[in-house]
Design a protein around this ligand. Structure first.
Ligand code: UT7
Length: 321
């Protein structure tokens, strides 16, 4: 890819909810959740909202890049659970970073759990074709506000959080991404936004999330394998030449199946779903930041990011660190 990640950070709510704690809220067990998904806990907001988490992750990423925030010319936030429909989370982050007095392009993107990869590839196009030198790309979600807390088959899987990277143009590498989608609202999605105008009323139920778990599982395995093999083929690379693959963190069993089908080594796939649950667009940048902090990725490494989710959307990219 023609970009280099020069800083990363993440931010989660102060409150961590373990599976055991969840047993007192939902008709479930630690054993069911862990054996089916590999998830042990997740963070849920109390007083925080999407824009707080996005800003927290942005601050960490800027600090780790050791740049002045004024060097940033583009902010993209991948989210489908913003605090409000407008202003965008990206504009709110711009203001909190004190960048309102300079030209900045800022907008949110929605590609559900593939959002961060879509946003990173979009940011790359700006860096390639404009005078913008550095961009801030964030994935931020507060999924707990759209969960149906009576649906134990979905609410136990998700968590809240945000991750961010600062990127700059890297002339050395060639562009390398693969994005795809297949419009389908049945397998995974939210309820519709109500229309309540003087001529037509569709009710006032809160937005809620629904998913066909088994279908999503099958889709996810196929999408990851398609993305990995396409990226390797198009770049004349083998799996061994990728230092680490960071997949969207949805379920350990999905990754186990991919590892088996691709005849890969489990160590090649970074996993932290155990602590965070599925944080949708935030999962890849949170995992990326942890992998860097834990030194699973070092300067000069070639890393593949792979996302899949609502839309249906999927895809990935190869980045240098
Ligand atoms: O970003 C993408 C997001 N989506 C995903 O990653 C989802 C992918 N799919 C999955 O991860 C799995 O399909 C699930 C974890 C959601 C479900 O696992 P499963 O092995 O496919 O279980 P199931 O849906 O077949 O349910 C098995 C049983 C059912 O009981 P019966 O009908 O067999 O008696 C469910 O009612 O497990 C029951 N069940 C639960 N039991 C305890 C469903 N949810 C729970 C729960 N606790 N939380």
């Amino acid at each position: 890819m023609g970009i280099k990640i020069i800083g990363s950070g993440h931010c989660v709510p102060a409150t961590k909810l373990s599976n055991r704690h969840l047993e007192s809220i939902v008709d479930t067990t630690d054993e069911w959740i862990f054996t089916r998904t590999g998830i042990s806990s997740r963070y849920l907001v109390t007083t925080e909202d999407t824009n707080d988490l996005a800003y927290g992750a942005a601050r960490c990423a800027i600090e780790s890049a050791a740049i002045d925030p004024t060097e940033i010319g583009l902010i993209i936030v991948a989210t489908f659970t913003p605090e409000q429909l407008t202003p965008s989370t990206a504009c709110l982050v711009q203001a909190r970073l004190g960048l309102n007095q300079q030209p900045v392009i800022a907008f949110d993107m929605n590609a559900a759990c593939t959002g961060f990869v879509y946003a990173l590839v979009t940011a790359e196009q700006f860096l390639k074709s404009s005078k913008i030198k550095k961009a801030l790309v964030i994935g931020a979600e507060v999924l707990s506000k759209i969960m149906d807390w009576n649906d134990r088959s979905t609410c136990v899987l998700f968590g809240d959080g945000a991750g961010a990277v600062v990127i700059e143009w890297d002339e050395v590498d060639s562009p390398s991404f693969y994005l795809n989608c297949e419009g389908d609202g049945d397998v995974l999605g939210t309820s519709k936004l109500p229309v309540n105008n003087p001529l037509h009323q569709t009710g006032t139920s809160p937005i809620s999330f629904h998913m066909n778990g088994a279908s999503v599982f099958k889709f996810a395995v196929t999408a990851i394998k398609e993305t990995v093999t396409t990226l390797l083929m198009e770049n004349n690379l083998t799996l061994e030449e990728i230092d680490l693959i960071i997949p969207h963190q949805a379920n350990k069993r999905i990754i186990d199946k991919v590892v088996k089908d691709l005849n890969a080594s489990p160590e090649q796939f970074f996993l932290n779903v155990s602590e965070y649950g599925n944080t949708s667009a935030a999962s890849i940048p949170i995992a990326l930041n942890e992998a860097i902090k834990k030194q699973r990725i070092k300067a000069g490494n070639r890393v593949m990011l792979v996302g899949f989710g609502g839309g249906l959307t999927w895809g990935g990219c190869i980045v240098s660190i």
